[in-house]
Design a binder for this molecule. Structure first.
Ligand code: ATP
Ligand code: MG
Length: 266
């Protein structure tokens, strides 16, 4: 049995590969000690390879001889593998890993280069959602956000131009949360607030992706990371924003497992 682990700040992504099957699994990083115990107990002979911010912690506690990989290299190897499997043949692209934070990269025939990162990511989505609405669970946040409408919360370009011709599309967000008025604190619906939080994260990472792609002479922007998981609101906003700029967003199935898969392939 081979076990690849991407031990991230929020979630441990695990890929089990045996002769018979490949199994994908996620465990909250809060339960990292229980998971380590499980591996020591149930898979004492497994070939375990780890990447991610918590790889060092895990390998110190595991009884196994563990192999480490650099997170960015492993993720790229896994991503390329998934792209090939899913018939996405692009040689020059940018990709954003929207995890707890977001890391962005440029990739071509020579490999990947990490261009930078931002603290705006899935952790922002979780933290702001909880502080604003008291909703803590990821699935609850994304399903409630679907019922919301952020129009009254975000300020659009056409709100500012108020009927006059604007130099950029009026439907673009001029200021996330910028349309909040006195009294809204009492009136605002949680569903609307949650959709606006997702909008803030989605538009921020989209804008980074768009600029990165423009500077790298490509129109293909790939998004991975558990933040996108079943997150229709986020995916719709990214699709809309990126397409508006004439670029192509791509979402990779099981993309959040790129790192865990990549450690087993590299
Ligand atoms: P990093 O790479 O930044 O160290 P990570 O690898 O743990 O973090 P991901 O697993 O890619 O990050 O994404 C974490 C985000 O995914 C969370 O911040 C949250 O927005 C979202 N998410 C999706 N499913 C869950 C879940 N079951 N529990 C918690 N967060 C979830
Ligand atoms: Mg990660």
């Amino acid at each position: 049995m081979k076990i690849g682990i991407d031990a991230g700040g929020t979630l441990l992504k695990i890929v089990y590969i045996s002769e018979e099957e490949t199994v994908y699994r996620k465990v909250s990083s809060l339960h990292i000690d229980d998971f380590i115990e499980e591996l020591n107990r149930e898979h004492p002979k497994a070939d375990i390879r780890i990447t991610g911010g918590k790889a060092g912690y895990m390998s110190r506690k595991l009884n196994h001889e563990v192999r480490h990989s650099i997170e960015f290299d492993a993720t790229y190897t896994g991503l390329k593998h998934l792209m090939k499997e899913q018939g996405i043949h692009i040689d020059r692209f940018v990709y954003l890993n929207v995890g707890t934070g977001t890391s962005f990269h440029q990739a071509d025939a020579d490999g990947q280069r990490r261009a930078g990162g931002t603290g705006v990511g899935g952790g922002t989505l979780m933290g702001l959602s909880y502080l604003l609405t008291g909703v803590r669970d990821f699935k609850s946040i994304i399903s409630l956000a679907k019922e919301g409408n952020r129009d009254a919360i975000d300020l659009k370009v056409h709100h500012i131009y108020a009927g006059d011709a604007s130099p950029i599309p009026g439907d673009l967000t001029a200021s996330n949360f910028g349309n909040v008025q006195p009294g809204d604190r009492e009136k605002a619906r949680h569903a609307d607030e949650l959709q606006a939080v997702i909008g803030l994260v989605a538009e921020t990472v989209s804008t980074i992706g768009i600029n990165l792609a423009a500077g790298f002479d490509t129109e293909d922007i790939i998004f991975i990371g558990s933040t996108l998981l079943d997150n229709d609101v986020m995916i719709d906003i990214i699709n809309h924003y990126v397409s508006l700029k004439g670029m192509k967003p791509h979402f990779i199935e099981n993309g959040e497992f790129s790192g865990a898969l990549g450690v087993l392939l590299s």
